[in-house]
Ligand binder design. Structure first.
Ligand code: NAP
Ligand code: HSE
Length: 441
């Protein structure tokens, strides 16, 4: 490890959207970094797949490598910054870097969700830092907040918009009626989307992030695959129109709530949000995280959730904290306040299944436009103990003899709603059940 007053060597794994921003900051802001941390930093090497690809910024000759050993086996590397993405091979590279006594910064929510507890335990054993601010919320400093500034709180809930790509697509669909595929292509071109955008649009990326944030908030690991996850691909332009008429925006929310019985309720899905709620006003690539704690009450952090500059801010904040620690102490830098459970690996938080959720619902059906249809549907919902709040009939099509029926309910049990909707779908007068969206009041 670099002794005091010597240059801190930093190697990057990944030089794409985020890695490019971090490389530019390391090379272009050297004086400011020295002023803020007291140490000189040097970009030693960057791992990529293809050295012939044009880069922004372009790196001096010899800095690019395709061989991870050039970084992992180099005793002069003090800090490894991982911005490759995916669990493999990034997870094992991080493990090796930590085992070799290197400090590590990662933007990788998948690795932190899947392997966070064991990597943090290893980092503690090796007395090195493992920091991961950019793994959730992009430029919003929510990870550090949960790990330190909000640590005194008993956190009751997190309600959030934590996928920039999805929020960008939903905003374009709602405001400009942009088709889904076009809005996704725009988000990819802006560098917001994951290399496989399925992770964004199916809610998987948000589930990884909720797993990271929930584990920090509730001090128990919440496995990403225990989180109910539903994507945005079923949303149609008419859902945005009808929701707006009812006074709601449609957002993809990631919610984790600590229940009184000690279990957690964690879910990622599209939701109708009252248009005067702050979360309804979070547009484009912006994210927001609402945290409710016993002492702090309700806090909302809002900022850019993806993109090169915002993410560089989060990664570089972690890097500079480590560099500052190296400059200020004779021994190893102070470890972050990792929640005890994240570092000892258990016990897992029990997570309630979605079936037991109580929520209000929006349902959209295509039905025959004839007398008695509503009565048949109302009968099934009533039998299922589901109380109707509003009904509107829209977009009557004389050609096909059908109309769209939009029904909202009072809070009901999810399992009852799903059962009733299956029965509604079997009615001869119902052409299709088009959508079921939870309403978050
Ligand atoms: P990206 O643009 O696809 O860049 C990935 C980089 O990693 C590329 O330079 C690629 O090399 C390199 N790479 C990937 N697999 C590799 C392998 N097996 N061996 C060597 N190099 C490899 O991705 P990104 O958008 O920067 O995202 C990076 C990480 O940051 C991900 O974990 C992502 O979830 C996270 N993140 C991204 C954002 C965002 O807004 N983009 C925000 C927050 C967090 P080549 O260039 O040669 O292909
Ligand atoms: N693909 C992610 C998003 C990047 O769109 O939010 C930020 O983690």
């Amino acid at each position: 490890m670099a002794p005091r007053n010597t240059t801190v060597n930093i190697s990057l794994m990944g030089l794409g959207t985020v890695g490019g921003g971090v490389a530019a900051a390391l090379m272009g802001n050297a004086d400011a970094i020295k002023r803020k941390t007291g140490r000189t930093v040097r970009l030693k090497q960057a791992l990529v797949r293809d050295v012939s690809r044009p880069r922004d910024p372009s790196l001096p000759a010899g800095l690019l490598t395709t061989n991870p050993e050039d970084i992992l086996s180099d005793p002069d590397v003090d800090i490894v910054v991982e911005m490759m993405g995916g669990d493999s091979p990034a997870g094992s590279y991080l493990e090796r870097a930590i085992a070799a006594g290197k400090h590590v910064v990662t933007a990788n929510k998948e690795v932190m969700s899947r392997r966070g507890p064991s990597l943090l335990a290893l980092a503690q054993e090796k007395r090195v830092n493992l920091l991961f601010e950019a793994s959730a919320g992009g430029g919003i400093p929510i990870v550090g907040c949960l790990m330190s500034q909000l640590l005194a709180n008993d956190i009751r809930s997190i309600r959030s918009i934590i996928n920039g790509t999805t929020n960008y697509i939903l905003t374009r669909m709602a405001r400009q009626q942009t088709p889904f595929a076009d809005a996704l292509a725009e988000a990819q071109a802006r560098g917001y989307a994951e290399s496989d955008p399925t992770n964004d649009i199916e809610g998987i990326d948000a589930a990884y992030k909720l797993s990271v944030l929930g584990s920090l908030a509730f001090h128990r690991p919440i496995p990403h695959d225990s989180i109910y996850t539903e994507g945005i691909s079923r949303l149609a332009p008419e859902d945005f129109r009808y929701a707006a008429e009812l006074g709601y925006a449609i957002k993809s929310l990631a919610i984790a709530v600590a229940e009184d019985d000690g279990a957690v309720r964690a879910r990622v899905h599209p939701a109708l949000v009252p248009e005067d709620h702050l979360l309804a006003k979070v547009d484009g690539v912006y994210n927001a995280v609402e945290v409710t704690g016993d002492l702090c009450g309700q806090i909302i952090l809002h900022g850019q959730g993806a993109g090169r500059e915002a993410t560089t801010s989060a990664v570089m904040g972690d890097v500079l904290n480590i560099v500052r620690g190296l400059a200020n102490s004779e021994g190893p830098p102070p470890l972050p306040d990792t929640p005890s459970v994240a570092s000892n690996g258990g016990p897992l938080a029990p997570v309630h299944p979605i079936d037991e959720l109580s929520s209000a619902y929006y349902m959209r059906l295509t039905c025959a436009d004839q007398a008695g249809v509503l009565a048949q549907i109302a009968q099934i919902l009533g039998d299922g103990n589901i109380s109707i709040a509003t009904v509107i009939q829209k977009d009557t099509d004389p050609g096909s003899g059908t109309a769209q029926l939009v029904i909202t309910t009072y809070p009901s049990r999810e399992a009852d709603v799903q059962t009733a909707l299956r029965a509604v779908g079997e009615l001869s007068v119902v052409v299709s059940v088009n959508n079921l969206i939870r309403i978050e009041e």
